[in-house]
Design a protein around this ligand. Structure first.
Ligand SMILES: [Zn+2]
Length: 840
């Protein structure tokens, strides 16, 4: 999915390449991430210098530093902490990231920073974060990520009045703990910190692992219905409990009906957000996030949890003899996992905020982790039929696992598969493609070539898994003799690229499906958004069209790549270069690239024609075909056709049949779809596969079932339209690079090396002209039916006399008499015509 506030412009190709290959909104986010990462390191550094260098500092500053030290230690889980042993453990991606790995560039760490800026509508205390709307692309001042955890340490444990009959597993009383003495703490732990850190982290990882043994219950994936979420109060409907879902995105207007989280209507410690699991569940943890908004900053910094079986009696989540207090968030976006000290079996869970960002209010988004318990009295228990009958490898595959799986498929089906690499990512990971065809490694004359590309945005992980599932499926079903698959594999050359941005994926994968947030891993290692990184050919085409130069002086297809884009120092990712040369090597005729974060199919153009517009309907010359292609996918996708489904975030695509013109959603200059269409013969669309960019492993079988039919039926669209071979009438040899023009469609396509071509068309009657240099053009009428195969439309072209003469002379031969005669006739006719025109 794209960010909503990408406002791109068309103020000249070079300029854009230089300035906005990452559009402003994202560029800014990127900077923000980097800065946070850097600032995190700073904070850690200054922290270790504390005991030595601060004797003379003013008391308030000292106190603040001491407190932030406490805060940092709480975060890093040092052992002095009263909650540490068997306490609710809070795992943030930043902590997990400190393992050695490739994550250094994107680390977000706890930060104590001060930026003094002005806030229009927030009470201003210094130091304070400020927020100006981020729309429009101006770099807004960075916020201060205040030491949010101060309140947490201060919040006193409270005792619950009543004990209830909820079963708490393995209650441990080991941890009867005393109140910490703050001064002492600072001294002790600063010294100890280095030693403890590594050991402690592994405990936290263990805790995270333990919690992740139970899957997310589906607030993010929308398996949880709005009616399962309730709250003590809400600020307004757009901020109601139904919005309190992990990673939900807000609309772009202040006060939007679809806002980015739940916000309580009152600011006190009695507010709660409640989740009804509908059946007995062993809860193991919760994940929280702040409000997603481009207008305000709000997040909860600490909270308690309560459980109930009937919503009347509530039992607090205990940590030994004290009520557990969980660390909340430090910024709006980074998800933070709170692991329950011990799993608790209940039906209802409440999250009860205790402190929140000082300039904000009580707002959060959450996910709940838990294992549903078998309950024969509950109807859900009997609905446990497997969602799919296909025995595929339903899990997330990192680079190594992916490579292994592709190798296995290749070994299982050596006759119809071939694995090849199209290049390397910035960090040197290979970009593997699985080819599936009855003659792998060969282009057969007349056989269409198809490709699926996934993982262009590294954190949109579902497409990758679906393509891995698809290659397994095609292999097994082909072996089983499934007639549909046999026909598809025999008649089509299929190429599957599961990971176009392998570096970005590894970043997201390491954080995991729940903790990678909304953007981590989207970009390449260099910070490039691959879907904005292709050469912009639209501008040149539209300028030529405005000057009425198309198609005679400027082509309406095969538009050349502007020279600056090919310079070695151009901002072009190695991943993009690899894909472009792949596109040029194979005569692809149809493709789709798989994204995530929404449920909609988009078709080109992706870039608005009016350069200053962020949204504008911008159809191609082949709009009816593209609308058809998009519709085919959207109407066979089980998730999209579900009328009961709720919006993913704030856009309602259901009214339009779950398809939209890309530019009419939001402009994307330099997109892969536009490039495919304008530079090659390939028609390509974008498929946004699911509301959740990185669904939990447990969702994968369902997602396969949702997409299986549509993935197959979309590949079968290679059969729509006309195809044929353009040959030399005398030699019967195929003519490469001949132009196929369809009357009434201002977009031509060309023949491949063997003279074969494929032209996607909706059913109807068409006048088709084949032209090639040195040949007389031929026009014939071709009828496209509704049947399940393309119409054959072959052409035989005769060489022009001039061309024949040229060829004979080139061979050093003597031209035959009839040819000389014919050429003389032609010359005379031409002169006569000129003479007549002169007389008029
Ligand atoms: Zn995307």
């Amino acid at each position: 999915m794209e960010m909503a506030w990408n406002v791109g412009g068309r103020e000249g190709w070079l300029k854009r390449r230089g300035t906005s290959s990452i559009p402003e909104g994202e560029r800014e986010r990127e900077r923000e991430r980097e800065e946070r990462g850097e600032a995190g390191r700073e904070a850690v550094q200054s922290f270790s210098a504390v005991p030595v260098t601060w004797p003379g500092a003013p008391p308030s500053l000292c106190k603040m530093l001491a407190l932030s030290v406490v805060a940092l230690l709480v975060l890093s889980g040092a052992s002095w902490c009263p909650l540490a042993e068997g306490a609710p453990r809070t795992i943030t991606p930043s902590l997990l990231q400190r393992k050695p790995g490739i994550l250094k560039a994107t680390a977000t760490s706890p930060v104590t920073r001060t930026v003094t800026t002005t806030v229009p509508h927030l009470a201003l205390t210094s130091p304070s974060p400020s927020r100006t709307p981020r729309v429009g692309g101006t770099a807004s001042p960075r916020p201060t990520w205040a030491p949010a955890s101060l309140k947490t340490t201060a919040a006193a444990p409270t005792r619950s009045a009543k004990r209830m009959t909820l079963s708490t597993e393995r209650p441990t009383d080991k941890t009867a703990l005393k109140k910490p003495d703050r001064v002492k703490i600072v001294k002790k732990k600063v010294l100890k910190k280095k030693k403890k850190k590594t050991a402690k982290l592994s405990t936290q990882e263990k805790a995270a692992k333990q919690a992740s043994e139970c899957p997310p219950l589906g607030l993010e994936s929308l398996r949880v219905r709005d009616s399962q979420l309730r709250a003590s109060s809400m600020k307004r409907y757009g901020l109601g409990p139904h919005r309190g879902r992990l990673n939900i995105q807000s609309g772009i207007h202040d006060g939007d009906f679809y806002d980015g989280g739940w916000c309580a209507g009152h600011e006190d410690k009695n507010q709660w957000l409640e989740f009804d699991a509908k059946q007995l569940t062993r809860f193991t943890g919760v994940i929280t996030q702040g409000l997603n908004s481009i207008w305000t900053y709000d997040w909860v910094t600490s909270y308690k949890i309560q459980f109930s079986n009937d919503t009347h009696q509530w039992q607090p989540c205990m940590n030994g003899s004290q009520e557990a207090i969980f660390q909340g968030n430090k910024d709006p976006e980074t998800p933070v996992l709170g692991v329950l000290p011990v799993p608790v079996v209940a039906r209802y869970l409440r999250i009860n905020p205790q402190s929140w960002f000082e300039n904000g209010t009580i707002c959060l988004r959450m996910e709940v982790l838990g294992c549903v318990l078998p309950d024969p009295n509950n109807i859900y228990f009997w609905n446990n039929a497997p969602v799919t009958n296909d025995k595929l490898d339903f899990r997330h595959h990192n680079y190594k696992d992916m490579r292994k799986l592709m190798k296995e498929v290749n070994e299982a089906c050596p006759n119809i598969t071939r694995v090849y690499s199209i290049g390397k990512s910035y960090l040197g990971l290979k970009m593997y493609v699985m080819e599936i065809s009855d003659n792998p490694g060969q282009h057969e004359v007349g056989e269409p070539e198809f490709r699926y590309v996934a993982g262009m945005h590294g954190n949109e992980a579902l497409g990758r898994e679906l393509l891995l599932n698809l290659m397994e499926y095609l292999c097994y079903e082909f072996r089983r003799g499934n007639p549909r698959v046999v026909r598809l594999v025999t008649e089509t050359r299929i190429h599957l690229l599961p990971s176009m941005n392998p570096d970005g994926y590894e970043t997201a994968y390491k954080l995991g499906s729940e903790l990678s947030g909304w953007a981590m891993g989207r970009w390449t290692y260099e910070g490039i958004d691959l879907n904005h990184n292709f050469a912009d050919l639209n501008t040149a085409l539209w300028d030529a069209e405005d000057n009425e130069m198309v198609p005679h002086e400027f082509p309406n297809h095969y538009i050349p790549i502007p020279e600056p884009y090919t310079f070695p120092n151009a901002t072009v990712a190695p991943e993009t270069r690899a894909v472009i040369s792949w596109m040029q090597r194979y005569p692809f005729m149809l493709s789709a690239n798989l994204h995530g974060g929404e449920l909609v199919v988009t078709y080109p153009f992706d870039m608005t024609r009016t350069y200053w517009k962020a949204q504008e309907l911008t159809p191609t010359a082949d709009d009816p075909v593209f609308r058809w292609l998009a519709t085919v996918y959207a109407t066979s996708n089980l998730a999209m056709v579900d009328d009961d489904r709720r919006l993913c975030h704030y856009d309602d695509f259901m009214r339009e049949g779950n398809i939209i013109n890309g530019a009419n959603w939001h402009t994307v200059p330099g997109s892969m779809n536009d490039f495919s269409y304008l530079h090659t013969n390939c028609f390509e669309i974008t498929i946004e596969l699911s509301c959740d960019k990185f669904p939990h492993e447990s969702e994968l079988p369902q997602e396969w079932e949702n997409n299986k039919e549509s993935l197959l039926v979309y590949m079968e669209q290679t059969r729509r339209g006309i195809k044929g071979v353009v040959r030399d009438k005398d030699t019967e040899e195929g003519i490469a690079d001949a132009i196929i023009a369809v009357d009434g469609i201002n977009h031509d396509i060309r023949t491949a090396f063997d003279g074969d071509y494929w032209r996607l068309l909706n059913p109807g009657e068409y006048e088709v002209t084949a032209t090639a240099e040195g040949y007389h053009p031929v026009t014939r009428s071709c009828r496209v039916s509704y049947e399940d195969h393309p119409t054959l439309c072959n052409f035989h072209l005769t060489k022009t006399p001039k061309q024949r003469l040229r060829e004979i002379l080139a061979k050093g031969g003597k031209p035959p008499k009839d040819l000389i005669l014919r050429l003389r006739q032609l010359r005379m006719r031409k002169l006569e015509a000129l003479r007549r025109r002169a007389l008029q």
